[in-house]
Design a protein around this ligand. Structure first.
Ligand code: LLP
Length: 424
């Protein structure tokens, strides 16, 4: 569910007219809905709280990579949300947005020494260690700083899942995590270090997962490993279940609900007496954001093929080019008339800059506004300046009010970041 609806024949973000917004801010622009973000967080929180003895004190650590805008993070911070981070930059963003360090998890397959030191000094809740060399580097860094690092071991459960091969992370050949048997050894090795405090296990098997079966398999493995470690006398107090729950990109699409997900998790962890953490990104942010674009022109070929050429491109929303991802496209002010099939493209000089082929839409004219829905996660965060197109701006809406929360850089600002080498 979202808060982007037609009001008097024209799409609004909550109570804000998209036509008015486009006139003031220009296009392309990302627009986020506070009410939708809040709703998504609350639905998940309530689903978890429905199992108070198992998940009542669980942490929702929002995966910052999905949408790292400071205002989005601050909105979630006010709801009590934590953060899952994968770089110093993301930790800095989470802290700046008001997320307390003890709710910040630091994950990732290749954390640098400098980033590990930064995380330790910031006092993050836990560092999810993914490999033997990382564990040894972290122990040395913690020793140098005179601190003890709370860590979890990320397990590679050999169960991959997700909406596309490129976003599946739990498979045997994937670069993430430590195989189960090695994880047990690594845990013991951490426990033996005076500078490491192993607190738990974690996993994250993929993204846009619509069926709970693979998640249940991975969570069950974490449970088994927890029991084994405890039998060996090693305490395990936390389990990090990662993110990955899919969202409907099209109205009516069937995905596992947060309630089913919470019920499954509670069933698997029942009686284990651990503090659970969840790292949802897409679930909270995807349908809380749209990309608003204007039609530059409609090009009609003699063979009848019609191209809708937008002022948004693959550099602004990469997912269709990168993962063949489907995003619904809707006109802001739908015109009367029979639907027409359009190939929807951007101005970038690659055929990959094609958002959709043969998409049926109401008739569209040059100058019309359209939106891509489901663009709140992995939209702006994956954008670039490819083709020297200034970075797409972002707007946050809350009821009737709205604010530009990342401004569109001017061409001068874009060029000012570079210098010409002094011998030129
Ligand atoms: N935790 C970890 C360790 C992760 O690597 C990720 C996502 C998440 C949590 C959040 O997953 P989510 O709940 O959002 O599925 N760019 C791709 C998605 C990449 C996801 C990478 N890891 C896309 O646009 O579909």
């Amino acid at each position: 569910m979202d808060h982007f609806d037609l009001v008097d024949g024209e799409l609004h973000a909550e109570q804000v007219s998209l036509t008015a917004l486009a006139a003031e801010v220009g296009t392309p622009v990302y627009i986020y809905s506070t009410a939708t973000l809040t709703r998504h967080y609350t639905v998940l929180r309530e689903a978890l709280d429905a199992h108070p003895s198992v998940l009542g004190d669980s942490l929702i650590a929002y995966a910052v990579k999905a949408n790292s805008n400071l205002s989005v993070l601050a909105t979630l911070a006010r709801l009590g949300c934590g953060a899952d981070t994968v770089s110093e930059g993301e930790i800095r963003r989470a802290l700046k947005a008001g997320i307390p360090a003890d709710r910040i998890i630091f994950s990732g397959v290749g954390k640098t020494d400098a980033e590990l030191a930064f995380a330790l000094q910031a006092g993050v809740r836990q560092i999810n260690v993914e490999s033997v060399p990382e564990l040894d580097r972290l122990a040395a860094i913690a020793a140098g700083l005179g601190v003890v690092a709370d860590i979890a071991i990320r397990v590679n459960p050999k169960i991959g899942a997700g909406g596309h091969a490129k976003i599946t992370t739990g498979g045997e050949g994937d670069k993430f995590g430590v195989p189960a048997d090695e994880a047990l050894d690594l845990y013991a090795r951490a426990a033996a270090s005076p500078h490491l405090n192993p607190v738990g296990l974690g996993c994250h098997i993929g993204s846009q997962i619509t069926d709970l079966t693979p998640l249940e398999g991975a969570f069950g493995l974490l449970r088994k490993l927890t029991e084994t470690l405890r039998q060996q006398g090693l305490p395990v107090t936390r389990i990090d279940l990662g993110g990955g729950l899919g969202v409907p990109y099209v109205g009516g699409a069937v995905t596992a609900s947060p309630a089913d997900y919470a019920a499954m998790t509670a069933r698997v962890l029942d009686g284990l007496d651990v503090e659970a953490a969840f790292e949802p990104g897409r679930l909270l942010a995807a349908n809380a954001g749209i990309l608003l674009a204007r039609v530059i022109q409609v090009t009609e070929r003699a063979d009848g093929r019609r191209f809708l050429v937008l002022d948004a491109a693959m550099n602004d929303l990469l997912r269709p080019a990168m993962y063949d991802a489907f995003h619904e496209v809707k006109p802001v002010a739908p015109r009367e008339g029979e639907p027409v099939a359009y190939d929807i493209v951007g101005p970038v000089c690659e055929t990959g800059d094609t958002f959709a082929r043969g998409r049926l839409l109401p008739p569209i004219q040059a100058g019309d506004l359209v939106v891509f829905t489901g663009a709140g996660a992995y939209g702006a965060t994956m954008s670039s300046e490819y083709n020297s197109r200034p970075l797409v701006p972002e707007v946050l809406v809350d009821g009737e009010r709205w604010a530009v929360v990342r401004a569109r850089p001017s061409y001068d600002e874009m060029l000012a970041r570079e210098t010409t080498a002094d011998w030129l």
